[in-house]
Design a protein around this ligand. Sequence first.
Ligand code: AMP
Ligand code: MG
Length: 688
Amino acid sequence: MRRFDTVVMVDWSGGNDRGATPKADAIWAAVARPAQEVEAVYLRNRQQAEAYLCTLIAEERAQGRSILMGFDFAFGYPQGFGQALTGSDDPLAVLDWFAARVEDSATANNRFDLAGEINRAVGAGKGPFWANALRRDIDGLGRTKAEYLNPFPERRACEVQAKGSFTCWQLAGAGAVGSQSIMGLPVLARLRADHGARIWPFEALDSDLALIEIWPSLTAGPAPEGVIKDAWQVRQLARQVAGLGSDALARMLDVAGAQEGWIFGLGFEDVLRSPVPPLRNDCFALPQGVHWTPVEEALALLRDRLTAVTGVETVPLLQACGRIAAGDVAARRANPPLPNTAVDGYGFAGGRGEGAHRLPLVQGRAAAGDAPVEVPVGHAIRVLTGAALPRGVDTVILQEDVLVEGGDLLFNGAVKPGANTRRAGEDVGAGDRVLQAGRRITAADLALLAATGLGEVSVRKLLRVGVLSTGDELVEAGGQAAPGQIHDANRPMLLAMVAQMGHAPVDLGRAPDDRSALRARLDGAVGQVDAILTSGGASAGEEDHVSALLDEAGAMALWRIAIKPGRPLALGLWQGVPVFGLPGNPVAAMVCTLVFARPALGLLAGAGWSVPQGFDVPAAFAKRKKAGRREYLRARIREGRAEVFPSEGSGRISGLSWAEGLVELTEDARDLREGDIVRYIPFGNLGL
Ligand code: AMP
Ligand code: MG
């Protein structure tokens, strides 16, 4: 499926000229061109809009750019209407019918008369159109739905699915869209006849100009305060559509047989809200001529070149812990929603000065969950912790500080106004951001979301990470090992690490040191996973088939990183899927996963880039170290000092198991003595 170079989204209007200054309820067009900021253009009336679009089409064509243009009105009517109106089943005949009859100028048009004419012809003067908004009566077109009779279905299939959409029969009233269609269909017909536009979904999109029906409210969200909604929404949608990959676009355009027309993106709202651009083939390429790449440079490259590849789904709160917020989340409600009392006691209005006070108590009490009642001035009421303050109450005195006598409340001042109460929204205001996009949601976040009125949250789909071991010497854990064979230790470890990091592990098994077998494994994984971790065979020897295959695929880089432990890391794209070719040695495999794969997977998953937090602690060891490379030691904290595993051998799996974190020695560190300060990163801060 091809892509379109330029995306134009138009918010149409059925009304008259809106004047020279940009306003709501006029026509707004947003244009997204490759690598350009999306602009929104104000168009005061339909004549100006049509002229603007024709010029735009000519200009884009002159640049060799194809155009996808959306309009926010129905391109078709419910089943049966077209046939009754035109005598033909071709939905395009309806467009031509209107084009031949609609009269339009900046100040007047004949849409209501035309609707009345249609009602008299196909609906005995009682429907399907309604809502004449003119001063004069029109034969066959009611002002209200009294005596309304519609011989056709009220809604198209897509309007049944699109919650909150209006019918195309209603011509006037807040939110009505019927007029827009009548006043827009002739424009579609002319763009088709005079400019070679193809109209979706009625015909094949085989020209450089395709027109689609849109409904910006489907995915655009509310405009920020002070911004015109129409302008904001078309700009959002233009951005969303322009960011779609060609596969996603093809799936959304595939609505074969929709004779009533269809709203583009319906059923794909989450995809539209988070278009996923494909990774670039050179995403792992290192600068030319570099021999040993410093760790920080390698990390900066991953950070720059990788982006989120996961889609979005909405889940209930109880399933959201550990998931990644797909967008910013705003509080639907303040916390607390109403001012309430922080203690058990008695509430009244205003503070009280020094001295003795006596206030008559009103009947009843205010407990948590009670709707606020009215308390007259000069009276007090019994209140319990968490109760919304009754109306007329803004101050509470502790029950320990009062006496109740003969229906009166007695106490000695002073009491400050507002004492012992919580202000509405003192914790979180309605509309405040409670989650930031990319946040990995915690149990505490669930409390915050619930308290601020949210029952579900939009999250990234889980990143599916395949794990594959390579090597002729490997047998399955627990299996019979012949002489010379060893058990596959990396796969169980890496699968568990992937799960602990919050992704979905996918077991891709073991592959022998054989190129075609390995190729088949990788091919089989495409479509099943979003990223792949392999271990073994990542170097440049004759049995290092992972690197050889990625090299063959043409999107590979062998990273020689100045790090110990860890030999070269082979990074590449296999049919668009990023592959991290880890060293075979379990210690190096784990360290390289924690240092390189962990932040890269986080980015692919939509969590953004994260740098692990470490702590500076005294070393409980001494060590000789060469300058110029980064080293990671298996370590743990005892008595406030970092101990390291006695052997640095990269085959010493027992040391991995012994460790509770890593000591990170930077490139410039030299020989270390006991008591020197070193950076310790607990495994917990590395996602484990
Ligand atoms: P390679 O990178 O394939 O040359 O492997 C380096 C070392 O790691 C060799 O000693 C391999 O036997 C060992 N090795 C490779 N893969 C695994 C694995 N999955 N489990 C345990 N050891 C492995
Ligand atoms: Mg090997």
